[in-house]
Write a protein of this length. Sequence first.
Length: 382
Amino acid sequence: MAGNPAVGLYIHIPFCRAKCAYCDFNSFAGLESLHGQYARAVRREATAEALPAWRTLYLGGGTPTVLPLSDLAQILEAVRRGQRPIPGTEVTIEANPGTVARAKLSGLLSLGINRLSLGVQSFDDAELQLLGRIHSAGQALETLQAARDAGFHNINLDLIFGLPGQSLASWRGSLQWALDLTPEHLSLYALSVETGTPLAAAIERGALPSPDPDLVADMYELAEEACATAGYAHYEISNWARREDVQCEHNLIYWRNEDYIGLGAGAHSWSRGHRWSNTRSPQAYADLLSRGASPVAAKEAIPRELEMGETMMMGLRLLDEGVSCARFRQRFGIDLRQKYAADIEELEALALLEVRDDRVRLSQRGRLLANQVFYRFLPEPA
């Protein structure tokens, strides 16, 4: 990894107090006894070979804040070793409402963490119970106020829409609660029903209704209108920011298909045409690092055609920025309008795509049918 340009650095903390009904992430409840051993393993991975310089840091999960401040401090010390701190570098941590008091939040700030992402998901207690969340709407409000009191000035709220049985009025209510709280950033995601989750099982046996695609589209359009009215810029399909300087810099690296390094169980990395991932089991991950072995479980070289297609697919998620023709040409040595001429022409004719100001981006209609656009740029499977 040494010698790479500045990257995004992701650290996966796969522990939760409880597993949510809709979640298929690599996260586990009831492994408190492993916390200390796991933190030591992450430190070992960070120092096993020189990390490239990083320009953003994101601690995700799971719920990273279940770790004690002392463990988080040692992890951060390890990844900062040899890197000169840059003032204002975005350092994000995910947290669940109701699980972090003001003292813990102040401690996070003292560690140099300057962006907080709260997984609120809903401001309706019945919907929170449906999702298996362990907090209430009231606790979400209390946590946000505690974060403000502690000194956080860059806060993201996550909300989910399209829940089984959720009405447009209920979604409007949750969204308005969020907007009234004036967070710097909002991430609004349509529910994805993932196979193997308790929520998927409940839908399959008829205990819950399947999300209505037409209603989900209405909810998305409502979010666009309400956020715009409240002064939020819709810069990515599922993300809104009050100002350009509070857009999530770390996620912009993913959307631009730039290099990132992942540490921790199940973490993924991408750099210079290669992708690799760590073993998913937290115990196996910790055991491998304790023996001085590599935690990498899978590696693959990404063909140029696939890298170009993924650059288009991810970049089109950025609504105004889209994919820069100049940046694509600099990276791949080819004009994307020539490379994908037939697809672009057809998608423009369908009013799903537009080419303006040397950029290719989704149209307003294309935002609702984005997946149909994305897959047009991926090469056929071999």
